[in-house]
Design a protein around this ligand. Structure first.
Ligand SMILES: Nc1ncnc2c1ncn2[C@@H]1O[C@H](COP(=O)(O)OP(=O)(O)OP(=O)(O)O)[C@@H](O)[C@H]1O
Length: 280
């Protein structure tokens, strides 16, 4: 098969927010991700696609610290700071370094209100404002100001995700699409440099998918970079700046949406898949 038209690691126009090099993850005898390398651009939406079992979630789990990769380097490049090697950090430190994520299966605190879910997400920021001590109780620290800022951030993301009127409802009582948006709001309350979303459009109807696409474009416009695993090719092709394709744990394409859509290796990898999940 000819490689013409296929773009692998073209010259980057933008600075990277994330660089992945030689990333391999083995589970016993199974290599789920094999020597994968790509860069996600700062201020861009990068989609990670591929057929079922391609290794997308495993790669996400390595980036966000749920798995320690067998080999390879994952570098976070935030503006004006030294690059951080995420594969060396525990999960909570990766979150503090500026990487937030959502999961394929919704993981909200179902019994807490939407607002409470957004405040809990900012627990670390609030604790830091107390000097990790009893300052909050004694009123001796920067806690009150930090608490006001946390509430303001929560309000801002309730507005942005169109959930203000559901702020006091238990998260578990919200419709499915609203819960998905609340998860994104919760991640954004931590003010991440990189937002990692694992199939945010799964289970959404077309109207909700459109709303999600607009929300992700808004988040990008506000300067947060996004790494997105998604099977909904309508959403991927519409909003992504770049698309990285995995198949059987191997990177088979990396380019702009139009180039990836026309890539013969990508088309071949998706043969036999659901029509909706094929790049078209
Ligand atoms: N914890 C684990 N232990 C053993 N094998 C695993 C583990 N996690 C994933 N795998 C295997 O690694 C491969 C890649 O799975 P992964 O979930 O990363 O793929 P995916 O591209 O996210 O798939 P999907 O689109 O279906 O979510 C699969 O063969 C899967 O069975």
């Amino acid at each position: 098969m000819s490689d013409r038209g296929r773009i692998l690691h073209p010259p980057r126009r933008v600075m990277p927010i994330l660089e992945v090099a030689g990333l391999t993850m083995r589970f016993g005898g199974l290599t789920a991700v094999s020597a994968v390398g790509f860069a996600a651009g700062r201020g861009e939406i990068t989609a990670l696609i591929g057929p079922n079992g391609a290794g997308k979630t495993t790669l996400f789990n390595c980036i966000t610290g749920f798995y320690r990769p067998s080999e390879g380097v994952i570098r976070l490049h935030k503006p004006d700071t030294e690059p951080v090697e995420l594969q060396r950090l525990a999960g909570h430190r990766i979150a503090r370094a500026g990487v937030a994520r959502t999961f394929q299966n919704i993981r909200l605190f179902a019994g807490m209100t939407a607002l409470e879910n957004l405040l809990i997400a900012q627990h670390v920021t609030l604790m830091a404002a107390t000097g990790w001590g009893i300052g909050a109780v004694l009123g001796l620290s920067r806690y009150p100001a930090a608490e006001r800022a946390a509430v303001e951030r929560a309000k801002r993301w309730l507005m942005a995700t169109n959930l203000m009127d559901r702020a006091d409802d238990p998260a578990g009582a919200l419709p499915y699409g609203a819960q998905r948006r609340l998860e994104i709001a919760r991640a954004m309350c931590t003010e991440p440099a990189l937002l990692c979303l694992d199939e945010p459009a799964a289970g959404l109807n077309p109207r909700e998918s459109d709303e999600l696409a607009r929300l992700l474009l808004d988040i990008r416009a506000q300067g947060t970079s996004i790494l997105l695993i998604e099977h909904d090719m309508g959403v991927v092709m519409r909003i992504s700046d770049r698309v990285v394709v995995l198949d059987h744990g191997v990177l088979i394409a990396d380019g702009v949406p139009a180039a990836v859509r026309a890539d013969k290796k990508v088309i071949a990898a998706y043969l036999g898949e659901d029509e909706d999940s094929v790049p078209a």
